[in-house]
Design a protein around this ligand. Structure first.
Ligand SMILES: C[S@@+](CC[C@H](N)C(=O)[O-])C[C@H]1O[C@@H](n2cnc3c(N)ncnc32)[C@H](O)[C@@H]1O
Length: 288
């Protein structure tokens, strides 16, 4: 969850198959801008709709926005600079819970509770498979000061690794997590690199993100993009990720963006065989 965009890339870390869960969970803060244009055609590609940036500039499509930000061909130097600018923004932010939550430190509890409910479902269905003594490892992506590892992940995973490009955040995370380590549950590795992720078969990404009502919103200050739910789904499809579960975050202040959790797998989720009674399966139904 976050003001910044999700980043689905591959981690240049060894060994790449360590992670059963990669969690990208940063919290949102308010943007009081709105996309004035309305997409009348529901059937449009959700990634090809209009959006705005934090200075009120409108774009007819994400393509148009990217063309302006990083050039027609997605110039590598401009791309690198784009991410650098994002990291520079965070380098100027206080290394505290309030800092990483954009002044909304008080949403921490609601955020953690919402994530915990979702995580429990995933653990039960995807990771534990009825076994209780599995050694579970998670990767906290864009971990900031270790807020989510400390308040949530460390309680469920035997090991948590943290990836965070801002050194002062990672230093704070090390300190914040020092007292939480036990024999069986600990933060193991602290990687000061930008995020790229690789999962072992059967693993999943959890993305918790702000949602734009429609299209996208580009924030010029921290180089983050807030996307709509259909946009995310299309993006996941294009990345070859399968949507396993979703859940809405409840209980956040009204002025914030809506927040949603997505569990994504790299392998095709097992088909669910629903056995319907003969009577109901033969009954004429509305095709949705
Ligand atoms: C909104 S903060 C959230 C921090 C933490 N996940 C939380 O919820 O407490 C966003 C975090 O993403 C990090 N970040 C920015 N660009 C990144 C990148 N390219 N790769 C990984 N993390 C990045 C920032 O440094 C910052 O710590």
């Amino acid at each position: 969850m976050g003001k910044r965009p999700i980043r689905i890339r591959s981690l240049p870390l060894q060994p790449p198959k360590r992670y059963l869960a990669a969690v990208d969970d940063d919290v949102c803060f308010a943007l009081h801008r709105k996309c004035v244009r309305i997409n009348l055609e529901e059937s449009l590609d959700p990634m090809e709709v209009c959006g705005v940036d934090s200075e009120g500039k409108e774009f007819n499509s994400a393509k148009e926005m990217w063309r302006e930000e990083i050039g027609e061909e997605g110039d590598e130097t401009k791309k690198t600079q784009w991410y650098r600018d994002g990291v520079s923004y965070w380098e100027g932010v206080e290394a505290s819970v309030d800092g990483v939550l954009g002044g909304y430190g008080h949403v921490n509890d609601a955020d953690i509770i919402g994530s915990e409910v979702f995580l429990k479902i995933l653990l039960q269905e995807r990771l534990l498979n009825g076994e209780t003594n599995q050694h579970l490892v998670a990767l906290d992506c864009g971990s900031g000061v270790g807020r989510i590892t400390k308040n949530l992940l460390i309680r469920y995973f035997n090991e948590v690794d943290l990836v965070e490009p801002v050194a002062q955040f990672l230093d704070a995370a090390r300190k914040n997590l020092a007292s939480t380590a036990s024999e069986t549950h600990k933060a193991t590795n602290f990687f000061c690199v930008p995020l790229q992720g690789c999962l072992k078969p059967g693993g999943f990404f959890v993305v918790k993100e702000n949602l734009a009502k429609q299209g996208f919103v580009l924030d010029k200050e921290d180089r983050s993009i807030t996307r709509s739910d259909p946009y995310f789904k299309q993006l996941f499809r294009r990345c070859g990720l399968h949507l396993y579960q979703t859940k809405d975050q409840k209980g956040l202040p009204k002025e914030l963006f809506a927040v949603k959790m997505y569990a994504l797998t790299v392998d095709t989720p097992p088909k669910v065989h629903i056995t319907r009674s003969k009577t109901s399966s033969n009954r004429p139904q509305i095709i949705k």
